[in-house]
Write a protein that binds this ligand. Structure first.
Ligand SMILES: NC(=O)c1ccc[n+]([C@@H]2O[C@H](COP(=O)([O-])OP(=O)(O)OC[C@H]3O[C@@H](n4cnc5c(N)ncnc54)[C@H](OP(=O)(O)O)[C@@H]3O)[C@@H](O)[C@H]2O)c1
Length: 297
């Protein structure tokens, strides 16, 4: 693995030390393509034939610009949620454009809008708007909530609590999001049809949290149920761990976005761009049979 800042037409992959970017990097490597992995900790960069690594955080404007030099297409994974996330993203976008990146494939979020109920989603809207304003070529990948994190929504007593009402969501696996991202980044036809567009990326079926809990219960044989909360109850229960108000609002508003119907989307993107069906809850549990082992039988 070298520190190659000069290769042209290289794909740059950020977040390669994380779950989504790591999956994309592994897929690009399996296709035998070269890539630059831009990471915050060079010692944690995965190593693949044809990959190089560069170290920079998004907020390190000059470092990120250096890391992007020679990168033609940049897969920009959204940063960890924080109060500063919008500034962090804008810094990365501006640095990438200064470095000469010609196409940014940005990991956004489903139905991101300026007044999205899910507060973390708003920063995606403003990041998308900023990317557009730079004139760089772009594609926005807009996944639903990750199916992989659904087990975390179930407590040890088998209860999913939150103010999600009867709204529905089509949970999507990280593997499917990574497959879509990889297709867009490496397949010329997918790239062509993706330029200047947004792709909603969802699972195959939208379910309420009650239906989700019933499904999990049937599939695992563990007693899992949904218990609706009011907004106030949800905030109170999540505040107790000492989390800051913006984080609590973000978590609770993800349930409220489901209740508001804002995540009730089933998109054909996974089958259309990857050629395989989107992973269902059943399929996910087949691959991860112990995902709900924390729930008492
Ligand atoms: N749709 C959903 O349900 C959902 C759920 C959670 C998060 N998300 C969003 O989707 C993103 C990707 O998900 P994931 O599961 O791959 O998350 P993850 O495993 O936490 O990975 C995030 C990656 O982004 C890197 N990163 C974070 N902030 C950065 C910064 N300021 N500068 C440079 N690199 C930074 C991290 O680097 P380090 O390894 O150095 O930390 C890590 O490699 C998350 O970052 C978050 O924005 C979506």
């Amino acid at each position: 693995m070298g520190d190659d800042h000069t290769t042209n037409h290289t794909i740059g992959v950020t977040g390669a030390t994380g779950a989504l970017g790591g999956r994309v990097a592994a897929r690009i490597a399996r296709l035998g393509r070269s890539q630059r992995l831009i990471v915050r900790d060079i010692n944690r960069a995965p190593e693949y034939p044809g990959s190089s690594a560069a170290m920079a955080a998004y907020e390190d404007s000059s470092g990120f610009e250096r890391a992007c030099r020679g990168v033609d297409t940049l897969f920009l994974v959204s940063a960890t949620e924080s109060e500063e996330r919008i500034d962090v993203h804008l810094s990365a976008v501006d640095a990438a454009v200064r470095a000469g990146v010609s196409w940014i494939v940005y990991l956004s979020f489903l139905r991101a809008g300026p007044a999205s109920t899910f507060t973390f989603s708003r920063t995606h809207f403003f990041t998308e708007a900023h990317i557009r304003s730079t004139g760089v070529r772009y594609t926005f990948l807009r996944p639903s909530l990750y199916l992989d994190l659904l087990p975390d929504w179930v407590d040890d007593d088998g209860v999913v609590r939150g103010p999600a009402g009867e709204g529905r969501i089509a949970w999507v696996s990280r593997d499917d999001v990574a497959d879509v991202a990889t297709a867009v980044l490496t397949d010329p036809l997918a790239a062509l049809t993706s330029e200047g567009t947004s792709h909603d990326i969802t699972g195959p079926e939208a379910l309420s949290l009650e239906q989700t809990a019933d499904r999990l219960s049937t599939l695992t044989g563990r007693p899992i149920r949904y218990e609706p909360q009011t907004w106030e109850e949800a905030v109170e229960s999540r505040r107790s761990g000492g989390a800051p108000a913006w984080a609590v609002e973000g978590w609770v508003s993800s349930y409220a976005a489901i209740a508001a119907g804002e995540l009730d989307v089933v998109a054909p993107t996974v089958p259309e761009l990857t050629g395989h069906p989107a992973q269902s809850i059943e399929g996910f549990l087949r691959r991860h049979p112990s995902a709900l082992s924390h729930v008492a039988v």
